[in-house]
Design a protein around this ligand. Structure first.
Ligand code: ZN
Length: 279
């Protein structure tokens, strides 16, 4: 990838102000993170994690019962699907081309996703369960119908903010089928490891942003220096969802979240839209 980042090329809407001209009932809050990030101070030290924020609110999946683990389902697309209101991943299809690559294979793609979800599942009280029906899944994975960048995440958010939180109601992860994909690290940074990339995108699905360029799974640059979650990645997820076995997250006001500087090439691949998800 030309800019060396892990694939969060800007969508065409990135950086645009909120669009209030939509004729639909859906509030077209097509706000992208880089726009939010412009308020970041420059020169600050890299910090361990960073939350996704929109309009000053954290975004997260809700946890209904404080004593139980949250279950989120995911599915691979079996065919084409359109998400007309999505900022990213608006047009997706089955990831056949990615699976067909050398060293991946259909089973390898599934295993890569499982491994990526397991990384997060091990550290927070959220269980990820694969299902067959992408239409019923909380998280949809597939290939981009219009290839761009490497990988993107799109989050659909509930309308309104409750106690400074904005609920995530649906997520999509789309991979560029024309890129070179692999499983495992081999030092060739032209080809991205699917486990690493999907783990990063799942971090966005959970409500984490990029803490900086390097040093963490959630850092925006793809490299093969770290395999798996950093302490900062784990801490970030736990401040949102709590620890495994007890879901009470740390009081938000007890977390002094440092703000990472956004370097000019800190392009994001997370898009938001409000309202019901498109079908
Ligand atoms: Zn990212």
């Amino acid at each position: 990838m030309c800019d060396g980042t892990i694939g969060w090329q800007a969508s065409s809407q990135r950086g645009q102000p909120i669009d209030l001209s939509s004729k639909s009932a859906v509030v077209a809050a097509l706000v992208a993170l880089a726009w939010m990030g412009l308020v970041q101070p420059s020169g600050a030290a890299a910090e361990p994690f960073r939350w996704l924020m929109i309009d000053g609110a954290m975004v997260r999946w809700t946890i209904e019962a404080p004593t139980s683990r949250r279950q989120l389902s995911y599915a691979f697309l079996a065919g084409a699907q359109e998400f007309p209101d999505a900022v990213n991943c608006g047009s997706m299809r089955a990831p056949d081309q990615i699976a067909a690559q050398h060293r991946v294979g259909p089973a390898g793609l599934r295993r890569a996703a499982r491994q990526a979800f397991d990384r997060w599942q091990a550290v927070i009280p959220v269980d990820f369960v694969e299902i067959d029906d992408a239409g019923a899944a909380d998280i949809v994975l597939g290939a981009q119908a219009v290839p761009t960048g490497h990988a993107f995440t799109n989050l659909t958010l509930a309308r309104g903010t409750v106690d400074g939180l904005r609920a995530i109601t649906h997520a999509a992860i789309c991979l560029n089928p024309e890129r070179s994909w692999k499983i495992g690290f081999d030092g060739d940074l032209r080809s991205y490891d699917l486990v690493h990339t999907l783990s990063h995108e799942i971090g966005h699905v959970l409500g984490l942003d990029h803490p900086g360029a390097r040093g963490h799974l959630m850092s925006f640059r793809y490299d093969e220096a770290r395999d798996g979650l950093s302490d900062g990645d784990v801490l970030g997820a736990r401040t949102i969802y709590g620890f495994p076995g007890h879901t009470e997250s740390r009081p938000l006001d007890s977390i002094e979240q440092q703000r990472a500087p956004h370097s000019p090439d800190a392009v994001h691949g997370v898009g938001f839209q409000s309202g019901p998800r498109a079908r």
